[in-house]
Design a protein around this ligand. Structure first.
Ligand code: NDP
Length: 290
């Protein structure tokens, strides 16, 4: 089938799911979900839906009535949706944010968070030995909370957390404390002294994002063999990952987490866990370059 025929067919298909945000036009989610809908023969389309914060509640009622299975949620709605959800899964409750909504009959919705599972699944797909030693997570925003929750769930026992604003890291460590796990807050300016025994270093701050400040970190003290991962995926190779690669460390970029969190959302709506195949990743990489 050529692209035009496929697009014509899609434009007439019912909307079955979407992503809400403000702004939303740069979201990569439609690319992933529309491929999976087509791959699995599910009639319908997944669309970006721009909603201003002041319109959120009223628009939700309309979307639920329109028969959507659910929605992904991105900036700035993750916390507002958390407060509006009729029910939350354990991940969303712990992380304090919702990235996926599942509509139920009568317009109420369940809020779940697939970022933590997505983060872990991305690491699992690449390597098996990242859980053996301590992990250091940089950041204490919503994404860092998902990363730390994911690490705890995956069985990482020793987790260090550093954030520019130390108080946010302390709140995170308190909220996500779990028996048998040591969540230790360290000062942002002592990061380099806490890297000698790490298995895993995660950047979960927004440093490194295109057009923003890079994460400037001396990786010389990092244990040889440690895995370096960044959840920022635009650019795909952040300055942190570039530096790590040039010093011989294995790296994992943030695009895999984006793909895996989307797989779990799709599964929650349609009962099918789609593949994270190389062709999808290549399509996303092309999209990021454009
Ligand atoms: P938040 O705004 O909630 O948190 C931002 C974090 O970055 C905070 O820890 C903040 O520290 C830190 N930070 C920002 N600027 C600086 C700076 N100049 N110096 C030091 N620290 C800084 O954002 P999110 O947690 O929601 O998202 C973080 C990143 O993760 C984003 O780039 C987002 O695109 C990416 N992301 C990727 C996903 C994926 O699937 N790959 C999924 C979700 C998010 P402080 O508390 O001191 O302000």
């Amino acid at each position: 089938m050529n692209n035009h025929t496929e697009m014509d067919k899609r434009s007439r298909a019912p909307i079955v799911a979407g992503v809400i945000g403000y702004p939303i036009k740069h979201s990569r989610s439609p690319l992933m979900h529309n491929r999976w809908l087509a791959d699995h023969g599910i009639e319908g389309t997944y669309v970006p839906i721009e909603i201003a914060p002041e319109d959120l509640e009223t628009r939700l009622v309309v979307l639920a009535a329109d028969g959507l299975k659910g929605m992904n949620v991105t900036i700035p709605h993750k916390e507002a949706i958390f407060a509006l959800a009729a029910d939350l899964d354990e991940a969303a409750r712990n992380i304090g944010a919702v990235n996926t909504v599942i509509f139920r009959n009568s317009g109420v919705f369940l809020g779940i968070n697939t970022d933590a599972k997505g983060f872990v699944a991305n690491l699992e797909a690449a390597r098996t030995d990242w859980k053996t030693g301590p992990a250091l997570v940089l950041g204490a925003g919503g994404a860092a909370r998902a990363v730390v929750y994911g690490l705890v769930q995956a069985g990482v026992r020793d987790i260090r957390i550093a954030n520019r604003t130390r108080g946010r890291a302390e709140t995170l460590a308190r909220d996500l404390a779990a028996p048998g796990h040591r969540l230790q807050v360290i000062d942002w300016d002592t990061i380099s002294t806490q890297m000698g025994d790490l298995s895993l270093l995660v950047n979960a701050t927004s440093l490194g994002l295109e057009g923003g400040h890079p994460l400037e970190l001396d990786l010389a003290p990092l244990r040889p063999g440690a895995l370096v991962t960044d959840i920022v995926y635009a650019p795909l190779e952040t300055p942190l990952l570039q530096g790590a690669k040039s010093q011989g460390f294995e790296t994992i970029d943030g695009l895999g987490m984006l793909i895996h969190q989307a797989r779990f959302a799709f599964e929650a709506w349609f009962g099918i866990l789609p593949e994270a195949d190389a062709a999808l990743r290549a399509a996303l990489e092309d999209d990021l370059k454009s």
